[in-house]
Design a protein around this ligand. Structure first.
Ligand code: ACM
Length: 562
């Protein structure tokens, strides 16, 4: 019972058993997949699972991995077969054929799910038998971009915690980690040319506890702070390690450097990037800071330098330039910024934001990469045709971007914001925003309903967004991600190509899947609600109803609605 659900499954007779004589035969293209499978099986089974090329053992009893151009593999998005696979298990052996090494890797993930859940343990707890009932599985994804965004800026996650998330994504056949590296509250990536970004920008003195709450006069206020410093960053070697680890699991790490808002950590390090030029601290509150970049050429050049180092570290085709939630109040009140708007021949602050994003997007493209940003980049005029939009304020941005001919990644907050609370229980640890259940995520459709076929083709996939204002430990991260990420994988891999969505049928598979999550050591949210140690009583919050949220989102996206 696989997750995500495959296109075709046919049971055979008999079973294959992994035994001391089982070997793996890999072609040259699938060498890294062989190593992954060997490491996984050796850890949990304790068996040697040798390389067939070592020349020992019989011809049978082999798990064969190979890449083939094979028109009989099911076709994925736009007819692409690179992630498609066929897994054939008989009593005599296992054969995995993929359209590329990625397809073979997904066949391996299907194979692992056919084994007892203990195969996901890193150490041995039993002696098997490690049997796989005979089966043929043929599969391909519905969407090319199947991702999770991880915010490591609000709360830092160590590199091993990030690699653990990458393992979790790979096991669910997700293939993008959108790495949100910079924020008002912290700068998390070493930039050699500007060392203060991490020396100063990666640490804050304390953090807000809970969400803002209405005070006696109704205005929102911070209820309290924890009085404890927080910080951390990745060296460039750490980044290379994370990128390589992800590549071996066919996960592309897509970096994002936020501009022109959400930059307060950078302003703390280099105040001359700001509108006032005055010293400022790394922010200790959540929300949207008014402090934004100034529009001088020197500031644009600074971020181009940053992007140069980022581009050198990340082979990803896409490089994020941010773009969301940039308040205009400092620009409106600053005579120099007003002069700058006139100098550049622009009309207003919206166009100034578009100009800054445009400068950085062109720079990304001058390196042969593609820029992507949040749906606010649709505001204020022209956007380079190749720029890709992440639609987060519902699907309004997705619809508009696709109609204007931009590629789109859908991450609508009301369907896939993984920081949102998972029930309306008082004990739910995240006290903010709307309820977003496993079933809601399962129902996620990245494609807005009223697009033409040509417009639909611009929707390259979707991602869940894991913001971490209220997620300060790996355990809390597990709780927020799972089991909703399993539902996300289903929505992005299986979508409607495996037949109509059937949440009851999915829940049946999920009930088995949690044994795998447990073997992986993932502290997923149990359906009955948070355990006492997962609850966060007494922390102020401000939950919203779906109606309140819809009214707010409709208002803030009115200027990009077509
Ligand atoms: C976002 O949630 N501000 C992209």
């Amino acid at each position: 019972m696989l997750i995500p659900r495959p296109r075709r499954t046919e049971s055979g007779t008999g079973a294959f058993a992994i035994t001391p004589s089982t070997r793996i035969a890999a072609d040259a293209a699938t060498e890294s997949v062989r190593l992954y499978l060997q490491q996984t099986l050796r850890g949990s089974t304790g068996l040697p699972v040798r390389d067939a090329a070592d020349g020992t053992g019989a011809a049978a009893d082999v798990i064969a991995l190979r890449v083939a151009e094979d028109d009989t593999l099911p076709a994925g998005p736009a007819g692409d077969r690179s992630e498609s696979f066929r897994l054939v298990v008989t009593a005599d052996g296992v054969e995995i054929t993929g359209g590329s090494p990625a397809g073979v890797f997904y066949g391996v993930q299907a194979l692992l799910q056919c084994l007892p859940a203990d195969v996901y343990r890193k150490g041995r707890v039993g002696t098997g038998p490690w049997t796989i009932p005979a089966v043929t599985v043929e599969d391909a994804p519905a969407f090319a971009w199947r991702g999770v965004m991880l915010d490591v800026a609000r709360h830092f996650r160590t590199k091993h915690e990030v690699m653990r998330v990458i393992d979790q994504l790979a096991a669910h056949r997700l293939n993008r980690l959108h790495f949100h590296l910079t924020e008002d509250q912290g700068w998390r990536i070493e930039i050699r040319k500007y060392p203060r970004l991490t020396e100063i920008g990666s640490w804050r003195t304390e953090s807000q506890v809970g969400a803002h709450v209405p005070g006696p006069d109704g205005s929102l206020a911070v209820a309290g702070k924890d009085g404890r410093p927080h910080g951390g960053y990745y060296t460039q070697d750490d980044i290379r390690e994370i990128v390589a680890y992800a590549a071996d699991r066919f996960v592309t790490v897509v970096p994002e450097i936020e501009t022109p808002g959400h930059v307060r950590a950078a302003l703390a390090a280099y105040p001359e990037l700001g509108v006032s030029g005055q010293p400022i601290d790394v922010w200790t509150e959540w929300g949207i800071a008014e402090d934004v970049l100034n529009a001088e050429d020197s500031t644009v050049d600074f971020f181009k330098d940053v992007l140069d180092e980022v581009i050198a570290l990340f082979p990803s085709e896409y490089i994020g330039v941010g773009g969301d939630e940039c308040p205009k109040v400092q620009w409106e009140n600053d005579p120099r910024t007003q002069e700058r708007i006139r100098e550049l021949g622009l009309e207003d602050e919206e166009q100034l934001q578009a100009w800054i994003i445009g400068q950085l997007a062109s720079h990304v493209e001058s390196h042969g990469r593609r820029a992507f940003g949040w749906d606010e980049i649709l505001e204020g005029g022209t956007l380079a045709p190749s720029a890709t939009v992440v639609s987060w304020r519902g699907l309004t941005g997705a619809r508009t971007a696709a109609k204007r001919g931009h590629d789109v990644i859908s991450a609508p907050d009301d369907q896939v914001y993984l920081d949102y609370r998972q029930s309306d229980l008082e004990t739910e640890p995240i006290p903010v925003s709307i309820v977003l259940t496993v079933d809601d995520v399962f129902a996620f459709d990245p494609v807005p309903s009223d697009l033409t076929d040509a417009e639909r083709a611009h929707v390259i996939g979707g991602q869940g967004n894991m913001w971490t204002e209220h997620v300060d430990t790996a355990r809390k991260l597990d709780y927020q991600l799972f089991p909703r990420v399993a539902a996300l994988a289903e929505a992005l891999w299986s979508a409607d190509v495996t037949g109509p969505r059937d949440v009851a049928e999915f829940r049946g598979r999920l009930a088995e899947h949690v044994a795998r999550l447990e073997a992986m050591g993932i502290e997923y949210r149990h359906e009955a609600g948070p355990f006492p140690w997962e609850q966060r009583p007494g922390v102020p919050g401000r939950p919203h109803s779906r109606e309140e949220r819809a009214a707010y989102i409709d208002a803030v996206t009115a200027n990009i609605a077509e």
